[in-house]
Design a protein around this ligand. Structure first.
Ligand code: ADP
Ligand code: TRP
Length: 362
């Protein structure tokens, strides 16, 4: 029987964090035995926001693939490639863009949200003065957030690019071009998957051709990993623990995790819901239910709870760091995999592109 197809990608915007790992990558590893998997580094997607900061993209692509291999992705089982090495993606992106209504993109909930984050990063201080150095350093009073949030739709679209608005079309292309049935991602990608399905349906309606498969998202048991501050863990929020981060830094970060603000003393009863340390106990502590009871009963303080969390996480993090050295020492081998697999990805993409062009009478 033909294996069902899985596609997923990640933008090379820096080292992977525990949100990427527990929210998506862990699933990739679990799925690789059963499905035909295409996993790629979305360097074109990185350009949608970092078009003027391309100096690190190539290095980031390499580091990202090394993280995947370290986490257990086996190149013999999957097709691993860099998005821009498959030019068929750019061609199909153009074709799909022709019939994707602008309204779908403007209404995409992550459009304004991401745009606000993008401008906060880019223009710390006064808008629209550019300051790379001050990037990410928002004034403590939150005035920048307010300022950006106050920008009207029209002002934001004045500042953003065509490529950024088209982010979901490009993502739909990545998925539809290989006819994926499942897309393992975090919960934050749900709206993008919806647009992908809408584009597939619209293509079928307009061209009367059953080429695309409507893909479904696949989530892990932790589809939204919280960051240190309780918001979604994300590079854009500066609240991450990176995979491969040195363990002493991780220990310090864990001690800053957001906890129940009403639990001031160790003996105060706490509410584990919304507590970041507890969310991580749920991931790393097989007996997290006991921890929940202890917290509610006030029989344990947050400092001890966080120390124990670190002890639970430490062996896994150390193992990752050790294992990573082997892959990082042979980048030529990684290049070789990416080159060979790009051929496979191009062939799969070309087949679909041919069908699409025929259906569109091109
Ligand atoms: P970031 O938000 O840090 O830039 P990406 O957007 O590159 O991360 O995400 C890569 C993958 O990891 C996507 O599948 C995304 O849904 C998933 N992911 C990212 N952050 C989280 C999180 N906090 N919880 C669960 N999944 C996440
Ligand atoms: N949008 C995804 C993210 O921010 C990255 C991505 C691009 C992707 N193309 C994709 C994920 C196709 C799954 C399938 O993480």
């Amino acid at each position: 029987m033909k294996k069902e197809i899985i596609v997923s990608g990640m933008r090379p915007t820096g080292r992977l964090h525990l949100g990427n790992y527990h929210g998506a990558l862990k699933n990739w590893v679990a799925l690789q035995d059963k499905y035909k998997c295409f996993f790629f580094v979305a360097d074109l997607h990185a350009l949608t926001t970092a078009y003027d900061r391309t100096e690190n993209i190539a290095d980031n692509c390499m580091e990202m693939v090394i993280d995947w291999l370290t986490a257990g992705i086996e190149p013999e089982k999957c097709t691993l490639f860099i998005q821009s090495h498959v030019p068929q993606v750019s061609e199909l992106n153009l074709l799909l863009g022709m019939f994707t209504p602008l309204g779908w993109l403007l209404r995409n909930p992550s459009y304004k949200e991401q745009l606000v984050e993008f401008f906060k990063k880019k223009y710390a201080g006064s808008l629209p003065r550019r300051s790379e150095e001050k990037a990410c350093k928002e004034p403590a009073d939150g005035s920048l957030t307010e300022k950006v949030a106050e920008l009207t739709e029209a002002e934001l679209s004045e500042l953003s690019s065509f490529g950024f608005l088209g982010y979901p079309v490009l993502m739909a292309t990545d998925i539809l071009i290989h006819k994926a049935l499942y897309v393992p991602v975090g919960q934050d990608q749900t709206a993008h998957l919806e647009i992908t399905r809408d584009i597939a349906r619209r293509f079928k309606d307009i061209y009367n051709a059953e080429i695309f498969v409507e893909p479904k998202p696949l989530f892990t048991s932790v589809p939204r990993v919280p960051g240190l501050d309780g918001r979604k863990m994300s590079k854009s929020y500066n609240n991450t623990i990176e995979l491969g981060e040195d363990v002493e830094t991780v220990r310090k970060k864990i001690m800053t995790m957001f906890t129940d603000p009403n639990k001031k003393k160790a003996t105060d009863p706490g509410n584990p819901e919304g507590c970041v340390a507890y969310a991580f106990h749920k991931i790393y502590n097989p007996d997290f239910e006991t921890r929940c009871k202890e917290c509610r009963a006030g029989s344990l303080g947050c400092v001890v709870c966080k120390k124990q969390l670190f002890e639970l996480m430490e062996p896994e993090l150390k193992k990752f760091n050790e294992r990573r050295k082997t892959f990082a020492a042979d980048k030529a081998a990684v290049e070789k995999i990416l080159n060979a697999d790009a051929d496979k990805a191009r062939a799969s993409a070309q087949d679909t592109l041919d069908e699409v062009k025929k259906a569109m009478r091109l």
